[in-house]
Design a protein around this ligand. Structure first.
Ligand code: MGD
Ligand code: MGD
Ligand code: MO
Length: 750
């Protein structure tokens, strides 16, 4: 029997693709992008196109296992146990596993209090259910410590919200109507490839693409203008652009007056950032800064695709804040194809209180549980007392590779008194330190509900096949564990469909028309036109926009403020949707209701209420201490963080283990292309192979993330990164790292 199942890719990626899985006699036979999904448009990224290799990999965790050997990755090369029973693992039943976990949790709670148990999860799946529902209910009810999920985007979120009050922005479909696109720290071909066709369409219609990134990405290679920037200096660039824009009266006086607060303070602030000064920090010539500012402000509509690269730096919150001010200052939020996109996840939320039940924590503890920051796992496992963490429950994450300050994390995970449970699809770096490993389903094997953070569509991901082996989804695992712990609340018995229905219970008008039955069949765009209120009055598109002959988008007055109707004389493709312009007429979700170029909230936190640039302290400190090179510990284009990095068919598309270095820096150290090099700083060192390929400029080196145990000595690139937190949002500073490089041994001759 053959069927085609509608599903959604749940990986941590803005694109959240619609996928079609062909199933023949119970076995998945084909995966393809959903041609009907308006953003997926029928194609998949290279790694998800190979997903059958992942689902049916012989290396999957198939059964619950208990450790009988020592913790740690063992011998190089022999790290992946494919046999059920080995000297390290013993197969056990689900019943035994759940019994052992629950009795251990009871004992730890009795001796140290329930907050000695710490859940650790992040981006394994973005499904609303398997990403955070039954698990949260379970840990709330248990009274476990709370995890502050900051490893990815919290600085950017804080920076963006300080201006806009929400994570909203330009939808991908509108980029086809832009005339000027800045990909700012945005590796579009690698991390967000479904935006590319819209940009390609815009360029066919004459748009210019500018890329601002210290690494020459594939996107930079095909840009009209590539501006390599010194890492961590983006706030200065944005301030310098605003210096030019405001100084030359290119800002939108009407928009700024109506919809922002603090413009005068910003005008004062940017005076200190003339292009000549900014050039010294950023490495971008003053003339280029002027040109960029002028073009950005006048080539309408202009859109910025900002991604999270800038906010993985010490000043990441302020950098994001500064960049997010740009469309507010030039008023490009008014235009179809204008504005800015970072994350769109702040639109219409599912019923998250219902899914996660934070009230259960209060009934368990009588108060909020303590919160531990996931970025600081090394410190948390080694230094936190009162109570110490005695049990770690990892799912949807591979902290033994993705966490900063890898050495400290590993020291913590090696603690003999730490009881570690890992629910996983594969024997990752983290399962190497588990006491119990539990087998997890992939999205082929369970049902879920999903939004994206790079578009505004919602989907149900239907289950395509039965779980392989004895795999269970996160929902079923925590349901089973709740039962073992004797938790009697009804919510632990809800079925998956009941949970999806509950998640969709929302009085948000943007969620109107989203029933489970409908979402099972098709992706549904949020219903913005129905939102009515909030978006101010008397909006109209700027005169300038009409003058340059852009599709004459006109806002209807009255109840449908965001609807834009293309006119018949338009030459560019007519969009098949009504563009969503979240801030065309204000509607900011800040306290003032305006774009806050001056923020009382920031002032109260002791931060600059306008915006500021501070050169990263890591640079000042490390350069003094003989660590002259900025390291970009980047993501690989064909892996997803560390996911996929163990699959042979995906490995073929990547070259892990490289240190990309400029020819000048290589020569100065006697390093040639292909040489083995040691990259080090005061936190650790890793062995890599030098690649002199012109991807980075002088002073910058780059290496990519993957499973630690694929590397010599099992060293994650995160051996070099620090636990230092960002200026806002308590996020990670993966891109504020200084290192030195030396030849480790001569290149072998074969
Ligand atoms: N293929 C693939 N796709 C992914 C992922 C992956 O690992 N692989 N990861 C997913 C995840 S978790 C996320 S959060 C998203 C978003 O991920 P992104 O934020 O897009 O990812 P990054 O690669 O961290 O950063 C984007 C770009 O910023 C650049 N950059 C680094 N430092 C600076 C800086 O100081 N200034 C500027 N201007 N640029 C800088 C990097 O070189 C990189 O090209 O992507 C998701 N998609
Ligand atoms: N050096 C450096 N470090 C980084 C980054 C960087 O750019 N550079 N990026 C950071 C960022 S942005 C992020 S978001 C984090 C990502 O950190 P993580 O979210 O830990 O990312 P992954 O390495 O992809 O690990 C996810 C794991 O979840 C598992 N998984 C998938 N689906 C399920 C499921 O349904 N159930 C269970 N139980 N498990 C599942 C996968 O098999 C995989 O091993 O890494 C951060 N670390
Ligand atoms: Mo991320």
């Amino acid at each position: 029997m053959k069927k085609v199942v509608q599903a959604a890719c749940p990986h941590d990626c803005p694109d959240a693709c619609g996928v079609l899985i062909t199933v023949e006699d119970g076995r998945a036979a084909k995966i393809q992008g959903d041609p009907e999904h308006p953003v997926t448009r029928g194609f998949l990224c290279a790694k998800v196109a190979k997903y059958l290799d992942r689902v049916y990999s012989p290396d999957r965790v198939m059964y619950p296992m208990r450790r009988v050997g020592p913790k740690g990755p063992g011998q190089p090369g022999a790290a992946v146990p494919t046999k059920i029973t080995s000297s390290v693992w013993q197969r056990i039943s689900w019943d035994q596993a759940l019994d052992q976990i629950s009795s251990r949790f009871r004992a730890i709670s009795a001796e140290f209090g329930s907050e000695a148990i710490l859940p650790y999860s992040y981006g394994g799946t973005l499904g609303a259910l398997n990403g955070g529902s039954m698990d949260r209910r379970f840990f709330h009810r248990l009274g476990a410590s709370q995890l502050d999920r900051t490893i990815c985007s919290a600085a950017g979120e804080a920076g963006m919200k300080s201006v806009l009050g929400a994570k909203l922005g330009t939808e991908p479909e509108q980029f086809r109507q832009s005339k000027y696109i800045i990909a700012w720290a945005s590796n579009i071909h690698g991390n967000n490839v479904h935006l590319w066709p819209f940009i390609a369409e815009a360029r066919r219609n004459g748009a210019k693409l500018v890329v601002i990134d210290p690494y020459r990405t594939r996107t930079a290679e095909c840009a009209d203008w590539y501006l390599p920037i010194n890492p961590g200096t983006d706030a200065a660039l944005a301030l310098g652009m605003m210096h030019v824009i405001i100084g030359e009266n290119l800002h939108d006086v009407d928009y700024v007056t109506k919809y922002t607060v603090g413009f005068e303070q910003l005008r004062e602030k940017v005076k200190a950032y003339p292009p000549e000064r900014v050039a010294q920090w950023t490495g971008i010539a003053a003339e280029d800064i002027r040109k960029l500012a002028r073009e950005y402000a006048t080539a309408r509509p202009s859109a910025i695709r900002l991604n999270y690269g800038v906010q993985r730096s010490e000043g990441g919150g302020m950098a994001t804040r500064a960049i997010v001010m740009l469309p507010c200052v030039i008023g490009s939020w008014k235009e179809v194809g204008g504005g800015l996109q970072m994350s769109l996840s702040g639109a219409a939320d599912f019923n998250s209180t219902g899914l996660k039940r934070p009230d259960l924590m209060h009934s368990a503890l009588g108060r909020e549980a303590r919160t531990l920051n996931m970025v600081e796992l090394g410190r948390v496992l080694n230094k936190v007392n009162d109570p110490p963490v005695k049990a770690l429950f990892v799912y949807n994450s591979n902290p033994a590779a993705v966490c900063p300050n890898h050495q400290a994390v590993i020291r913590g995970l090696m603690r003999p008194d730490l009881f570690t449970v890992v629910h996983e699809q594969f024997f990752t770096d983290t399962t190497d330190y588990a006491d119990i490993v539990l087998p997890a389903t992939t999205f082929f094997e369970h049902k879920d509900l999903q939004k994206g953070y790079g578009h505004y569509y919602v989907q149900v991901s239907n289950q395509a096949i039965e779980p392989v082996g004895e795999c269970r989804s996160n929902v079923e695992l925590f349901r089973g564990l709740a039962e073992r712990m004797g938790f009697e609340e009804e919510c632990f018995r809800e079925s998956v469909d009941e949970m999806i229905d509950l998640a969709l219970e929302s009085d948000d008008p943007w969620m109107a028309g989203m029933s489970r039955e409908r979402l099972e069949r098709e992706p549904v765009r949020m219903k913005f036109a129905a939102s009515g209120a909030d978006f101010g009055e008397n909006s109209h598109f700027s005169q300038r926009q009409r003058e340059v002959g852009h599709p004459g988008a006109e806002l209807r007055s009255g109840g449908q403020p965001m609807a834009a109707v293309p006119t018949s004389s338009d030459k560019v493709a007519v969009p098949t949707f009504e563009p969503f312009l979240p801030f065309a007429r204000g509607g900011f979700r800040t306290r003032s209701g305006k774009a806050e170029l001056y923020s009382e909230l920031l002032k109260a936190q002791g931060l600059d209420p306008v915006v500021e640039f501070r050169p990263p302290a890591e640079s000042r400190h490390a350069k003094r201490n003989g660590l002259p090179l900025e390291l970009l510990a980047r993501k690989a284009d064909n892996f997803l963080n560390t996911t996929f990095s163990n699959l042979p068919s995906v490995q073929e598309m990547e070259e892990p283990g490289l240190l990309e270095i400029s020819s000048g820096d290589a020569q100065a150290r006697g390093i040639a292309d292909g040489d083995r090099v040691r990259v080090f700083n005061h936190r650790g060192d890793v062995e890599l192979v030098a690649r002199v390929d012109g991807k980075v400029q002088a002073g910058v080196v780059s290496a990519s993330l993957h499973w630690a145990k694929m590397a010599p000595g099992f060293q994650s690139i995160n051996s070099l990164t620090s636990e230092k937190l960002t200026d806002m949002g308590n996020s990670a500073t993966f891109y504020s790292v200084l290192v030195e490089v030396e030849l480790s041994k001569p290149k072998s001759s074969h």
